[in-house]
Design a protein around this ligand. Structure first.
Ligand SMILES: O=C(O)CCC(=O)C(=O)O
Length: 365
């Protein structure tokens, strides 16, 4: 019989069965590691084209830009900051921010509380191990476990923050206060970032806010345990984020990479910084002024587990039509996408694997 741990048996390997068995065991990747395996189960092994691309790191010295937000509310400093954000959003689609107003202790506490969740005994986590988001809380391994060709080496706790917070009692107590506190900071930061991004497009500061762009918020607390064969799998497959904008808090382990013209670039952990990236929806709303760029996380071969906390901002008005803003289209630059509702958009997202093919392609005209 194919086993979660190995698949070393005389019988032919039944991948679908092994995946189901792993999911039903609810132990996550961390549980597999804790069982003491030396080889990863075969359903985590990625196709050779993915594996050969893992080595293609850019040799260039290009760094993800870091934008210092101090003075973002001051009329003297704001234009320069907006311009730096606009340039980063229009090129790499990624930047880091420092002096964003969130104290280092809050960043550290947030990472520590999510790490503590994942490092509890399995029995304490299985209560919330599920793939449905009805309660707004789900702990699972690989959101696309049943759609993807190969699984990735990470577990995730997903929590809906807005427009309506998940059932508070469902949020694991070990990280509950911290998650709620994190959302307060994320709402304030969303307002600053979306205001600056709106201005960078030559629009009114409030444009993205009025489109409800930071009201829908989903948080994922990823845990990337040590992987004994990091050359055979990934932590997170290459993908572009579907929403408007993502704010990512990462610890000091590293492994996040962004696709650029020069090859894959490391997003090096900068103490106290947050990583920001543009999602597909903002690329489409901005008629491609801003870029939603593929990124991935390498499997963690270091001795320490890696923890990251991403919040995805999405509009809450799911029945409204979204598409390139008329102010950003012209005879020279006609609308590159058709309009769609967020319901249509999200249905597409959940029917596909995270495969590096941007969702924006489905709406291109
Ligand atoms: O863990 C990371 O650094 C990246 C997470 C990410 O890209 C995602 O959750 O979509």
């Amino acid at each position: 019989m194919a086993t979660v741990n190995g698949g070393d048996s005389a019988e032919p390997y039944d991948r679908a069965k092994a995946v189901k068995q792993f999911d039903e065991s609810k132990i996550g990747v961390k549980g597999i590691v804790d069982s003491g395996i030396q080889k990863i189960p075969p359903f985590f092994v990625h196709p050779s084209e993915t594996l050969s691309d893992l080595k293609t790191r850019s040799e260039s010295e290009i760094e993800i830009p870091t934008v210092d937000l101090s003075g973002v509310e001051s009329p003297d400093c704001r234009p320069a900051i907006v311009d730096q954000i606009r340039r980063a959003a229009s090129t790499l689609g990624f930047f880091q921010i420092i002096n964003h107003g969130i104290a280092t202790e809050v960043l550290d506490r947030t990472i520590a509380s999510l790490k503590a969740f994942h490092e509890q005994p399995t029995e304490s986590k299985t209560r919330v191990y599920r793939r449905e988001m009805g309660t707004g809380v789900s702990f699972m391994s690989n959101v696309d476990l049943y759609q993807s060709k190969a699984a990735s080496w990470r577990d995730t706790l997903q929590i809906r923050l807005g427009p309506r917070l998940a059932d508070v009692d469902e949020i694991p107590e070990i990280c509950r206060d911290q998650v709620i506190e994190w959302d307060r900071h994320i709402v304030r930061l969303g307002e600053i970032l979306m205001g600056s991004l709106s201005e960078g497009l030559g629009l009114n500061t409030e444009t993205l806010k009025k489109m409800t762009c930071y009201e829908g918020r989903v948080m994922v607390g990823h845990y990337y345990p040590f992987c004994p064969q990091p050359d055979l799998t990934v932590g997170l497959t290459s993908h572009a984020d579907p929403g408007v904008l993502t704010v990512l808090l990462q610890d000091s382990v590293g492994g996040l990479q962004v696709r650029s013209r020069e090859g894959w670039l490391d997003v090096k952990p900068v103490p106290g910084a947050l990583v920001i990236n543009i999602g597909d929806l903002l690329q489409m709303i901005s008629n491609e002024e801003y870029k939603s760029v593929d990124h991935r996380v390498l499997a963690n071969g270091s001795g320490e587990p890696r923890v990251s906390v991403a919040v995805f901002y999405n509009p809450s008005a799911r029945e409204n039509l979204f598409g390139p803003l008329p102010e950003l289209t012209s005879a020279e630059k006609p609308a590159r996408y058709r309009s769609f509702t967020l319901n249509e958009f999200m249905t597409r997202f959940f029917s596909k694997q995270l495969d590096g093919k941007s969702l924006s392609n489905y709406f291109r005209q």
